[in-house]
Every structure is written in C-alpha cells, then in structure tokens.
Design a protein around this ligand. Structure first.
Ligand code: IFM
Length: 448
C-alpha cells in the first residue's frame, strides 16, 4: 500500500457560525449572518445558526471525538464579532476566553490547531459602515488579525487569513444569496478586492510578529474547468470560468497582478476604480502555504454575457454522480488542480483545507451508513496521493466537515459532516465515513 508522508496532517474542518451556536452569548456582537438569517426567505429551510451544534457548550466532547477518530489536526474559525463585537477597538474578553479554552483542549489532546481568522462573520457594525465595499474594513481586519495572533500565536502554529474570498464576495455581494445579501458585478469585484487587500495587510503584520514555528496562508475555493466539447468557444469559456473563480484570486496573491484577460472583460462592464496604486504589491505577500478547498469541477460552454453571467460561460449537465448539493463528483479535478497550481504558481506547501460532500443521511438503528461519502473521501484521497507522487508538495487533508452544520443559505438541511448531529437533541453520531477515515488514518501510521 502506498503511504502518505508521516508528517501529513489528518484534519477535520469547521467554521464558527456553522457550528458554535451561542449567537448572542457572553457579549458577542451581531455578525452579518445573525442579521441575514432574519430575512424572510433568505434561508431555504427557514433555519438559522443560533444554536447549530452548540459547539460553544459541547466543545470538550467534540475535541474528544476528534481524538477518538484519529484526527491529528483541526481547522476552525474564530468569529470576529465574538472577539470584537463592533469589529474594532473594544475586545470582548469572554469571546477570547472561549477560543482559549478550545485551543487548550485541542493541545491537551495533541490535536494541532489551524485557525481561520475570517469565515464570513463580519461584525454587523462594520457592515453598517459599508462592509467589504468599504476599504476601511480591510484595515480593521488587519488590526483584528494582529490582536488574535498576539493572543494565540504561542499555541496555534497554522493561520489562515481569509476563507474563500470568492464565496464571500460573489455570493454575499454579487449574487445576494449569502450575507449581507448585496448584488451586482461592481459590488462583487470591490468586495473581492478589499478581501484580498485585507489578506495582504494581515499577512504582513502576522509575518512581522511571527516566530519560525507559525505558518500563515489563505484558503481559496478552487475548481478545475474543462471545455464541455471540442468547440473553440467552449475552450475559451473554460479559460474565462477559470479566470473568474481561480486566477482572479491566485494571480494577485502570487504574482501581484490581476489576470489581463479578466481585466479586459470586467472593464467593459464596470468601473474598477477600487483598485488603488500599491494595492497589488500589498496583496502579494510571501505566504507559507496555500489552502485549497475543493469540492467539484465544471465542464463549461459559452453562453451570452448578462448581468448575472459576466464571463459568458456556463456549466453543462454531466452524467457524473452527484452529491446532495447537485455537485458533480470528480476526484480527477482535484488531482489536476493540485498539479496545475504547482506548475503555474510554483512548488510550495499546499493543504487540501476542505473537501467533502453532502448526502441525505439518516440514522437507522443508531448508525449512519453513508457509504457514498466514504467512497467520495477515498477517491479524493487517492487523487491527493497521486498528486504527491507527481511531485506536488501536499502536506495535509482536512475533511469538510467534522460535524453536520449550518450550510449557509441551505440551512441545516444539507449534511456535510462525518459526524451526524441530531439538531433537536444535539446528539453526535459518527457516521460510517468517520469510522472509515479513522481506520484509513490508522493504516497510514507506521510504528517504528
Ligand atoms: O460549508 C461550506 C464552508 O463554509 C465553506 N466551503 C464550502 C462548504 C460547503 O459548501
């Protein structure tokens, strides 16, 4: 059997709003998701994250479960509004204390923390001042990042600035289906730029403060895009789709530029005056690793440019197996992506910082038989192994998600966890995929 490197991270991932609950406990401020879930029709099943998994109460049991399942690393996010209720100035000590308890418990169990500073919980006060459309938010983020780093850098070796800036900007400010529910191409690009700027500003500060043991990076949601057929127009559409999702974020972070082809496309449709002199240099800070969140890939063809579809490309239906999100299962896309990022942006430490699938799970006789999820994980892990054999410096894999949780606009109805949550009793039941992972991780540990 081919083995993963012995230092490989066997991780599970979650985020604050999706699992913690305790939405208004102990001095926490309101964040944009607390506001968004109150809007009629915003969440498909009418649920919210006020309680979610109540990880705020059950974090000790959850860490114990992580240990039992053999995970060596845990990726979680801290909620900006829990730590700084207004987003700036005032620090809520009780909020910091919760994360202190969580991090201590992880370290007691020898589970290494990977901390994400922003997984979309913008304090409502900052949104009221313009949110990510306001350049100042990037500077407030850097201050918040510095404060959290000062508090926890001795205990936390892995730091992620931004999680999925494409999702935060496109779904939150471009399409209006995520908080704060704003729409428009200009809003999308402005918010994306300020999120990237915030990454650059925070990274610079963290690097100035860090010792050798702390590593900083960013987590991007990336996919592979393939032409749906042999037409030149489909190949061009695939390039544009790649520019929209991947290169618009990778190029500034690594090359300090926005991709020229995409600038030309966007300039025809909107004003890019949010881009100020020196911004791209600020965004292009050295990072220690890239986190890649991968779920699916797209096969695309050309389609008319519209307000909703600024790049004129659309995914076609395929006959590939689908998850409960209707996302294609395509593990080769992960292999292609890992190799491509290495080839185009240089060999560097990569983590699959999220990968997983939602299925329609049910507890029957005290068990959840989610064979499809175990297959999904197995196939994607095989892609990871293949990528390592092809020379990719892949250092870890974090399953999304540890627990079933609040899946944003879909509410509690889409289950991504390897651990089932009964959202009425809050009972945790590891699914068969969790036991499969437990055994897989054990099989990778060689005892000398
Ligand atoms: O649940 C989300 C997570 O918050 C960010 N990445 C994708 C997951 C599944 O949609």
């Amino acid at each position: 059997m081919q083995l993963f490197p012995q230092s490989f991270h066997w991780g599970a991932a979650t985020s604050s709003y999706q699992i913690e609950g305790a939405a208004f406990a102990d001095g926490k401020g309101k964040c944009i998701w607390d506001t968004f879930v109150e809007q009629d029709g915003a969440i498909q099943d009418g649920t919210d994250g006020r309680v979610a998994c109540d990880h705020y109460t059950y974090y000790r049991d959850d860490v114990k479960l992580l240990k039992e399942l053999n995970f060596s690393h845990y990726r979680f996010s801290v909620n900006w509004a829990r730590i700084m209720p207004d987003g700036k100035d005032r620090v809520n000590e009780a909020g910091l204390d919760f994360y202190k308890r969580l991090i201590n418990t992880l370290n007691e169990q020898h589970i290494t923390p990977m901390l994400t500073l922003y997984h979309w919980e913008l304090p409502q006060q900052l949104e009221d001042e313009g949110g990510w459309l306001n350049r100042d938010t990037a500077y407030y983020f850097a201050e918040y990042a510095e404060r959290v780093f000062r508090e926890f850098s001795a205990e936390v070796p892995y730091w992620i600035t931004q999680n999925e800036p494409w999702v935060a900007s496109r779904l939150g400010y471009g399409e209006g289906v995520h908080a704060p529910g704003k729409k428009g191409l200009n809003h999308f690009l402005t918010a994306a730029h300020h999120l990237l700027l915030s990454h650059g500003l925070a990274t610079e500060r963290l690097r100035a403060m860090k010792q050798t043991e702390q590593q900083t990076g960013i987590a991007l949601n990336l996919s592979s895009h393939y032409p749906a057929d042999d037409r030149l127009s489909s190949q061009e559409a695939a390039t544009r789709a790649d520019g929209f999702l991947n290169r618009w974020f990778l190029d500034p972070v690594y090359k300090g530029t926005y991709p020229k082809d995409m600038l030309t496309i966007y300039e025809k449709q909107t004003d890019l005056s949010f881009l100020q002199q020196g911004d791209l240099e600020q965004i292009q800070q050295p990072i220690d690793f890239l986190g890649i969140n991968y779920y699916s890939s797209d096969f695309v063809e050309s389609s008319p440019v519209t307000t909703e579809n600024p790049t004129g490309s659309k995914p076609v239906q395929t006959s590939l197996p689908k998850t409960a999100m209707e996302w294609d299962v395509y593990p080769d896309g992960l292999y292609d992506l890992l190799v491509r990022v290495t080839n185009d942006y240089g060999k560097q430490p990569l983590y699959v910082s999220e990968n997983g699938a939602a299925y329609r799970d049910e507890v029957v006789g005290g068990e959840v038989n989610d064979e499809q999820r175990a297959d999904y994980l197995d196939q994607h892990l095989q892609s990871c192994l293949r990528a390592i054999q092809s020379g990719v410096d892949l250092r870890g894999y974090y399953v999304w998600s540890f627990l079933d949780n609040f899946e944003w606009a879909y509410g509690l109805s889409k289950r991504f966890g390897v651990v089932h949550i009964d959202f009425t009793t809050l009972k945790r039941t590891p699914k068969q995929s969790a036991y499969w992972l437990q055994a897989f991780i054990a099989s990778q540990r060689v005892h000398s």
